[in-house]
Design a protein around this ligand. Structure first.
Ligand code: GTP
Ligand code: MG
Length: 205
């Protein structure tokens, strides 16, 4: 992530997806879990993905690519990072929730160049029912994913190893889960190098 990154497109529905490049990774998770913040933190550009206190900030599939790869002239980016709308945001109007959920599910199921999903779980809340539904979908669709705990600055440091262990146990039998759980804080910078290393390794596979 040494070079600059740019936003290229917000995708409100499947038919507006950009052409499939070589590799794509997506950040998924419940509303407000910290997807946009984590993308900004690992890329090192504060205002790149828009973040907010209010759940439901990100409403489209937002595509980010390394600067210089945003042209339409067939120069596909080596990696695209996708910031997804959150799921499980109860206060939004039902039609909107349904539309986001459909988009998130269709994308996760249908995007063939999606190499891995980083499924974010708030360290304070753990795996909720709607997270489990997304995990089921990813397992069924055989889309590789890795769990990333977020906001670990909000829990006692002594509790982190046990939370990692519990989360690892919860996904042990899941077919498409990458076994290693990452624990991160976008605020404090914890776990960011590990996440960057995981993505770098993915690029080499
Ligand atoms: P939606 O787009 O609405 O689904 O949310 P999101 O998952 O993109 O979350 P976002 O990055 O907008 O962050 C939500 C809130 O959590 C913001 O107020 C962030 O400042 C806060 N937040 C994100 N990461 C961290 C973290 O590591 N630690 C703490 N303490 N707060 C965080
Ligand atoms: Mg967001």
């Amino acid at each position: 992530f040494a070079q600059g990154w740019v936003f290229i497109r917000g995708v409100p529905a499947m038919k507006f997806l950009p052409p499939e490049g070589p590799l794509e990774i997506a950040f998924a998770g419940r509303s407000n879990v910290g997807k946009s913040s984590l993308i900004n933190a690992i890329i090192g550009q504060k205002g790149l993905a828009r973040t907010s206190n209010t759940p439901g900030r990100t409403q489209e599939l937002n595509y980010f690519v390394p600067d210089g790869h945003s042209g339409e002239g067939g120069d596909l980016p080596p990696l695209a990072v996708v910031d997804m709308p959150g799921y499980g945001f109860a206060e939004a109007p039902k039609e909107q929730v349904d539309a986001w959920t459909r988009l998130v599910f269709d994308y996760l199921r249908g995007r063939t160049t999606l190499k891995r999903v980083y499924l974010l779980i708030d360290a304070r809340h753990g795996v909720k029912k709607n997270d489990a539904e997304v995990l089921d979908l990813l397992d069924r669709a055989a889309v590789s994913y890795q769990i990333v705990l977020t906001k670990i600055d909000k829990i006692k440091p002594a509790g982190v190893p046990r939370l990692i262990e519990e989360t690892a146990q919860a996904i042990r039998k899941r077919a498409a889960a990458y076994p290693e759980i990452l624990a991160t804080s976008s605020e404090k910078g914890a776990g960011l190098d590990e996440l960057r290393a995981a993505i770098a390794q993915l690029l080499e596979e």
